[in-house]
Write a protein that binds this ligand. Structure first.
Ligand code: SF4
Length: 236
């Protein structure tokens, strides 16, 4: 049973990494969505800087919605992919304005997970991962966003066999034990960044070594484990 296996892996990860920190006050959905768009394909430091740049320059998202895409691109330059990210932010803000008459995104709190995923992914530039981050980090739904780290580690462990992060997301979505999404997601990212790295995993120090089915394990001893554990979306 997938649910049982997820529970077991989650327990092993918690024993190793602990229960991840979570801010008491969750970010509002608009903040979470914009921060997630900025976080695509860059490191946390640069995406957080780009987010701070926006917050510092504009008094509100309303003000941001009235500036040109080009201007947004220059303000968020540090996060990379400025053209694409500024367009996604613009698309989202204008879609929201058209729908609600102002920038009020609170209505999604009453919607189901599936409705929110459909609504957000219908906006050009917003994918399943971005939408699922809003569900988890802002609305505290039991939804585990799947990025490249989560996708790679779950496939290596042998929990599933999927070709893309979105397919991994679909497969695990309805099998998460209650209330574990935040810890499971965050600890898998820590595992992927620090131990189960793309090129040379440090299997000898991995808490999942006994349950992992990856055929090309690297069992050389290692002294250096990465310590990149800063999580943007828990800190905005
Ligand atoms: S044992 Fe190795 S391949 Fe498997 S999850 Fe751990 S680091 Fe990754």
């Amino acid at each position: 049973m997938l649910k049982e296996e997820i529970k077991k892996i989650n327990g092993l990860l918690i024993r190793h990494f602990g229960i991840p920190y979570r801010a008491k006050k969750l970010p509002n959905p608009t903040d979470a969505l914009i921060a997630t768009i900025l976080s695509q394909n860059t490191n946390d430091k640069n995406s957080y800087q780009a987010y701070r740049n926006l917050k510092k320059k504009y008094k509100s998202w309303e003000e941001l919605s009235n500036v040109s895409r080009k201007e947004i691109e220059s303000v968020i330059r540090v996060a990379g992919l400025g053209k694409q990210k500024s367009a996604s932010i613009k698309n989202f803000l204008s879609t929201l304005k058209k729908k609600t008459g102002k920038l009020n995104f609170q209505y999604i709190k009453k919607m189901s997970d599936e409705e929110i995923l459909n609504e957000l992914t219908s906006v050009k530039g917003i994918g399943v991962k971005t939408a699922s981050c809003v569900l988890l980090f802002s609305l505290d739904r039991n939804i585990c966003p799947v990025d490249t780290h989560v996708h790679r580690t779950l496939n290596r462990i042998g929990l599933l066999k999927t070709k893309t992060p979105d397919k991994t997301f679909k497969q695990i979505k309805n099998h998460l034990p209650d209330g574990i999404a935040h810890q499971f997601h965050t600890n898998l990212i820590m595992l992927g960044r620090a131990i189960c790295k793309p090129a040379k995993p440090s299997c000898s120090v991995c808490p999942l070594l006994k349950v992992c089915e990856f055929k090309s394990k690297n069992l050389e001893s290692t002294n250096r484990i990465g310590k990149d554990v800063f999580m943007l979306l828990d800190s905005i």
